[in-house]
Design a protein around this ligand. Structure first.
Ligand SMILES: C[C@@]1(CC(=O)O)c2cc3[nH]c(cc4nc(cc5[nH]c(cc(n2)[C@H]1CCC(=O)O)[C@@](C)(CC(=O)O)[C@@H]5CCC(=O)O)C(CC(=O)O)=C4CCC(=O)O)c(CCC(=O)O)c3CC(=O)O
Ligand SMILES: NC(=O)C1=CN([C@@H]2O[C@H](COP(=O)(O)OP(=O)(O)OC[C@H]3O[C@@H](n4cnc5c(N)ncnc54)[C@H](O)[C@@H]3O)[C@@H](O)[C@H]2O)C=CC1
Length: 196
């Protein structure tokens, strides 16, 4: 059983610290900004890759701090992602964030993580987060590709229509729930095959 509890964070209301600006840092920053482009992210690292700089250039709330991590970087931080090439530093920072009760993801180090990043399917307002319980991020990535392919492109249209219908339906809560369930029943029923 996978005991992780999934949530959808309003990341744009939080202050995120990313320690490390190399390949792994770039991957994590990309994941954050693809989902929540206006997030305030402070990237701290002595060496920052050009791709990270480019990304920061496109996102005004990303701040680059070109020096080694200092404990004061944890002040006024809600969420920390560690992505340096220094595992001993990760362990030291994690001890401090634990004490300060700041949730922390340590890239590629499940036993130090309070949370894992998921593989994310995005189609307009629809978002599906996938976890393999840390067993195979590659399978999570393949499943993302699979779901992106099979979810119809008009899903946003369906959602937009449902918003209108949802606002229009009168009556008590139970009646509203029933109507919405009846309306959407066909969406999950298999389409009849040609010879049936
Ligand atoms: C536990 C977790 C913690 C965390 O990092 O958050 C973790 C851990 C580790 N990742 C490792 C490696 C790789 N990670 C990826 C990719 C992704 N990894 C992501 C999440 C997670 N990775 C969390 C669990 C998620 C879950 O439950 O499934 C994704 C989903 C989200 C994201 O990072 O944004 C993103 C895909 C996004 C997408 O494309 O959809 C690839 C594939 C690739 O890049 O093509 C590889 C190389 C192939 C391989 O090794 O499988 C290693 C070994 C490192 C080493 O060998 O040193 C560890 C450590 C270990 O397993 O012990
Ligand atoms: N590149 C990849 O896809 C993978 C990398 N790894 C491992 O992950 C680790 C990181 O890899 P990369 O991102 O490729 O390394 P990298 O060398 O590209 O980046 C390391 C980053 O950490 C920063 N850093 C180092 N000391 C710091 C400090 N004291 N404070 C703040 N920042 C500091 C550097 O300035 C740099 O920005 C390595 O140990 C690597 O072996 C594991 C699996 C895949």
């Amino acid at each position: 059983m996978n005991r992780l509890f999934p949530v959808f964070l309003k990341l744009e209301t939080l202050d995120v610290l990313l320690v490390g600006g190399g390949n792994v840092g770039l991957e994590k920053l990309t994941a954050l900004l693809q989902n929540s482009p206006d997030t305030a992210v402070t990237v701290v690292a002595p060496l920052i890759r050009d791709e990270v700089r480019q990304l920061a250039g496109q996102h005004p709330r990303v701040r680059l701090v070109e020096r080694a991590f200092e404990f004061r970087d944890l002040d006024h931080t809600d969420l920390v992602i560690l992505a340096t090439d220094n595992p001993a530093l990760h362990a030291t920072i994690k001890t401090e964030t634990r004490q300060r009760r700041i949730l922390t993801n340590v890239a590629d180090t499940p036993h130090l993580c309070d949370l894992y990043l998921g593989s994310i399917v995005q189609k307009g307002d629809l978002k599906i987060a996938i976890s393999t319980n840390g067993k195979s991020p590659t399978l999570a990535k393949r499943l993302r590709e699979f779901f992106s392919e099979i979810i119809p492109d008009n899903i946003q249209e369906i959602l937009d229509n449902l918003v209108v219908i949802r606002e229009r339906i009168k009556g008590d809560f139970q009646a509203k729930v029933k109507q919405l369930n009846d309306l959407t029943e066909g969406l999950v029923k298999e389409a009849p095959s040609k010879d049936s």
